[in-house]
Design a protein around this ligand. Structure first.
Ligand code: CA
Length: 223
């Protein structure tokens, strides 16, 4: 899952990026409305954290422009000191949720998990595919109840596939959703990660769909 943080306060921006990266997301950051609008318009983020008070272009305008051009990604707005009018304006502009400053990072993380699972059509934070379970709260993965240790890249890959179980995900889509913009992207590395992930999971849940990409589906004997 790849997220964008648009926040002009450098400390807060850094705190958000660090917390979201630690939680297993690929994260890009923008520090003004124009840059934020550009990134959100040109990159396929799974969710965006958007401050409203921003230099160059305010958050409401940024959000309105994204929505006007048909961008559907979930957007969590950061509002100032619980001002109710900010929230109303934000929701009307197309926000999906809000957090009032000052906030607890845990709340931002929980709200983002909720937005991501809802936009992918899941009811809970525990995603399953046959014997594989992935808990987005704890970032833990298990197979038949046995914990599996994954690197952050392997976890991100599995989490993306688990959020989109049952449909084919192309390598390009994986590259776009697993890495931040500064990462040296090479779609061959996806194949390497898939290979490692298959080995660690020890069961056959990641199907290669020739010429198209990958699909996560329960093994035939476990479905
Ligand atoms: Ca601000």
């Amino acid at each position: 899952m790849r997220l964008l943080v648009v926040e002009d306060d450098p400390d807060l921006n850094r705190q958000l990026v660090t917390a979201l990266s630690d939680a297993g997301y690929a994260v890009d950051a923008a520090s003004d409305g124009e840059e934020g609008h550009f990134l959100g318009d040109s990159e396929p983020y799974d969710a965006i954290v958007l401050d409203l008070g921003l230099p160059k272009m305010d958050g409401i305008s940024v959000l309105e422009r994204w929505r006007k051009s048909g961008k559907m990604m979930p957007v969590l707005i950061l509002t100032a000191r619980d001002r109710w009018s900010d929230k109303v304006q934000g929701f009307d502009a197309g926000a999906d949720d809000y957090v009032a400053k000052p906030f607890h990072m845990e709340e931002v993380l929980a709200r983002l998990r909720a937005l991501l699972r809802r936009s992918a059509g899941h009811a809970t934070n525990e995603l399953t595919c046959g014997p594989v379970t992935l808990d987005t709260r704890s970032s833990r993965v298990s197979v038949n109840g046995n914990p599996v240790r994954l690197t952050s890249h392997e976890y991100r890959l599995l989490a993306y596939l688990m959020h989109h179980t049952g449909r084919v995900v192309s390598r390009t889509e994986l590259v776009e959703h697993l890495y931040d913009q500064d990462f040296d992207r090479d779609s061959n590395t996806i194949e390497v990660f898939v290979g490692r992930l298959r080995k660690k999971l020890g069961i056959d849940v990641i199907q290669t769909v020739r010429g198209l990409g990958y699909m996560l589906s329960p093994p035939a004997d476990a479905s």
